[in-house]
Design a protein around this ligand. Structure first.
Ligand code: CMP
Length: 156
């Protein structure tokens, strides 16, 4: 089946609120595999690329300011159909509308300060991975968990 990478950022509000461990723990317990992680200070150049599709939105300048308030934690998680799976774990953009049980549904109230970013497509994930990580920062390793998290057919 389709093994995918999804790029996840814990945004400045997540860092300030001490929720990095909580968020990583949820992804680990789900059965996803961590293949890259680092702390990064985002800048104008990266954010112009990252949010190119939001460039015309009225909230764009504020969004960039918010994302540069502090370092963020960037991760790449791997799994079968990881992109859609992680978007469900994260919940919809507006924290107060997000489903209970999701990261935003359980932990966020805001539409802008919504704790976390997750890739929305395979193409988006590839672009985001390239903006933050070099190839040698993405790890390939055998996870003992994969053998119990998935059936053999799903891993084939
Ligand atoms: P995300 O969906 O990860 O990517 C775009 C981000 O823009 C979104 O999270 C929010 O952080 C922010 N955002 C989206 N809509 C608004 C809005 N109406 N006002 C302010 N920020 C927003």
């Amino acid at each position: 089946m389709k093994m995918e990478h999804s790029v996840v950022l814990v945004k400045p509000d997540g860092l300030q609120r001490g929720l990095i461990g909580e968020i990583i723990s949820r992804f680990e317990r789900k059965g996803l595999k961590l293949v890259a992680i680092k702390m990064v200070q985002l800048n104008d150049a990266i954010l112009d690329e990252w949010y190119a599709h939001h460039k015309e939105k009225p909230f764009f300048p504020k969004l960039k300011g918010f994302m540069m308030q502090s370092p963020i934690v960037a991760m790449v998680w791997e799994g079968v159909e990881a992109i859609d799976t992680i978007r469900k774990l994260v919940g919809v953009t507006k924290g107060r509308a997000a489903e209970a049980g999701s990261v935003r549904g359980d932990l966020a109230m805001s539409q802008s300060n919504n704790l976390i970013h997750a890739s929305d497509s395979v193409e988006g994930a590839a672009k985001e991975q390239g903006l933050i990580f070099s190839d040698d920062e993405i790890f390939k390793y055998t996870s003992a968990l994969d053998m119990v998290v998935y059936s053999q057919e799903e891993l084939a």
